[in-house]
Design a protein around this ligand. Structure first.
Ligand SMILES: *[C@@H]1O[C@H](CO)[C@@H](O)[C@H](O)[C@H]1NC(C)=O
Length: 410
């Protein structure tokens, strides 16, 4: 029992190392070094220098955006200011600038004819098929209002009257191109407790009042001209003001905190978010309705309905920050060293299959041992250097034949 335990212990405390075959061949040697060089270059150049694998990264950026639009436009023969054309008015990161508004004034609750040509009718039956439609301006009553008596009538609706006619031609407010958007963005990387703002605190009040963002000349100015933003996305005010659009303003923060914090600055980019629908026949652009409510002197409610076509701006903030850390550095160094060994896999394939003398290499690399050979060894006198004893051990960890110290002749 004791001897079994003892042999178990001695079996455990052994070290196994692989036997190497040195191949003195120029071609395989050169391929081997080139593959190793490629792997090292990949790790040093791409993984460490470009991807900064030695850093720990914080992607959970916290951000807050405040916006303010300025400018005056002309629409419906009146001057429009910020309170008229920006919705919502709170200055949030997603806001709309109205570019074209169809106004239907003095709507009262009641019954009146629908205006859309889809609801033309001659008889009540024709209107009854629309009873549950949601495409009308009010609830269809099923009556055909035939005012002229000439056969051409309109289905009657119950709701806010007169009903809106949104096919009228109204010139969009092209002054939008000279409006400016001020964006105040503050961010924080919680992992490193770093906070930054999108314009340097050294900027004077005068500079902030007069500057206009330009990607090269003025990349940190927080004031954007709407016409510029649209042209950065490849669009023009004339194209978008008619039907509305969605524009994305992306603020990207990529900070390497191993460098000075002054290098942690925002980078702006602009996209047209509704580009996939730009050529669609339906649901083109962006519009919505809102109403303002009033009361007559005797207390009856009426309203002014606005159908607004708007350019919607989404200010999106993305980013990450990285800083040196020992754990990712060690993990990636180990991965690099392990990967250098991958060169041998490729060289083995070439060596054992495609090279002249592949058979001989194979014979050197793989030693075949059969039962018959072992038998032969056992019957020989045990004077040879390498003698297999009766208690030949099959190692459990790699299948290699293990040579115990006692196997060697002293
Ligand atoms: C925008 O401003 C420029 C220069 O001040 C002016 O020439 C242009 O007419 C303005 N655009 C509109 C649509 O008012």
């Amino acid at each position: 029992m004791g001897s079994v335990m003892y042999s178990c212990v001695t079996d455990f405390f052994t070290y196994e190392t692989t036997k190497s075959v040195v191949v003195k061949s120029w071609s395989v040697g050169i391929i081997n070094r080139i593959v190793q060089l490629l792997i090292i270059t990949y790790f040093v150049g791409w993984v460490f220098i470009h991807e900064k694998a030695y850093q720990i990264v914080d992607t959970g950026i916290e951000s807050s955006v405040i916006t303010k639009v300025k400018g005056f436009g002309h629409h419906h023969n009146r001057v429009m200011d910020v309170a008229d054309y920006v919705i919502p008015s709170q200055g949030v990161g997603v806001f709309c600038i109205l570019t074209r508004v169809i106004i239907t004034e003095n709507q009262f609750q009641g019954k009146c004819p629908e205006v859309a040509s889809k609801f033309n009718c001659e008889t009540d039956e024709q209107c009854q098929q629309y009873l549950n439609t949601v495409l009308s301006n009010g609830v269809i009553t099923g009556t055909c209002l035939n005012s002229s008596g000439q056969g051409k009538g309109q289905c009657e609706i119950e709701g806010w009257c007169p009903s809106e006619n949104d096919t009228v031609e109204i010139e969009p407010m092209l002054d939008v191109e000279n409006f400016t958007i001020f964006i105040k963005n503050s961010i924080r990387f919680p992992l490193f407790n770093v906070t930054r703002g999108n314009f340097p605190s050294s900027m004077t009040a005068e500079e902030i009042k007069t500057c206009i963002y330009h990607p090269e000349r003025n990349p940190f100015c927080p004031i954007f001209r709407v016409g510029d933003v649209l042209s950065f996305t490849g669009q023009s005010v004339e194209n978008l003001a008619q039907m509305g659009a969605e524009i994305g303003i992306n603020i990207q923060w990529r900070c390497n905190l191993d460098l000075d914090i002054q290098h942690c600055v925002p980078k702006y980019s602009f996209t047209r978010l509704d580009a996939p629908f730009a050529t669609n026949a339906v649901s083109k652009g962006y519009n919505f309705r809102f109403a303002k409510y009033y009361k007559t002197e005797n207390g009856t409610e009426f309203r002014t309905l606005h159908k607004a076509f708007a350019i919607r701006f989404d200010v999106m903030v993305t980013g990450h920050a990285g800083k040196f850390n020992t754990i990712p550095t060690l993990i990636n160094i180990v991965a690099a060293f392990t990967s250098v060994g991958l060169g041998t896999v490729l060289c083995d394939i070439i060596l054992l299959n495609f090279l002249k003398g592949a058979k001989q290499y194979k014979a050197k690399k793989f030693e075949e041992v059969s039962d018959a050979q072992i038998e032969a060894c056992l019957t020989q006198s045990p004077g040879s250097e390498l003698s297999f004893r009766a208690g030949i051990k099959r190692s459990y960890d790699s299948g290699a034949v293990s040579l115990a110290a006692s196997d060697q002749r002293i």
